[in-house]
Design a protein around this ligand. Structure first.
Ligand code: AMP
Length: 115
């Protein structure tokens, strides 16, 4: 079964795409946590951080470079932003296709709630 994000990448599900190249697709999060909330997704299906192969090293770097450029385009590079990758259940991962959240446009507060 293809994941939700594979279907978005294939154009089978609607999304607001803000960047696409041969390695990654980036689109607006459907339930934004902040004024800017973009998901940067590898075009190839990788389920979680645990499934990243050594050969994916440059793809992972490319995802961060795309996030950097999108932050500039969105005008939040100087004010700041957060990049998040959730992994598995304790990490709060909902969609099992690796993705980098680019979140900004407001003060985000502490990284995680302290118990
Ligand atoms: P995560 O919890 O890290 O797996 O994040 C999954 C993210 O995907 C959440 O922030 C959701 O709001 C977002 N999401 C789920 N379905 C869609 C969709 N169809 N289009 C865009 N974003 C989505």
């Amino acid at each position: 079964m293809p994941t939700l994000f594979e279907r978005i990448i294939a154009g089978e599900l609607p999304a607001t795409i803000v960047h696409r190249d041969d390695r990654v697709t980036a689109f607006l999060d459907i339930r934004p946590a902040a004024p800017v909330h973009i998901l940067i997704v590898p075009n190839k299906a990788i389920a979680t951080v645990n499934d990243i192969a050594d050969e994916d090293e440059s793809l992972m770097g490319h995802m961060v470079i795309v996030a950097r450029d999108l932050a500039r385009q969105q005008g939040i590079a100087d004010s700041g932003y957060r990049l998040i990758v959730n992994c598995n259940s304790d990490g709060g991962q909902e969609v099992y296709h690796l993705h980098l959240h680019l979140i900004g446009g407001r003060h985000l507060g502490p990284m995680v709630q302290r118990a």
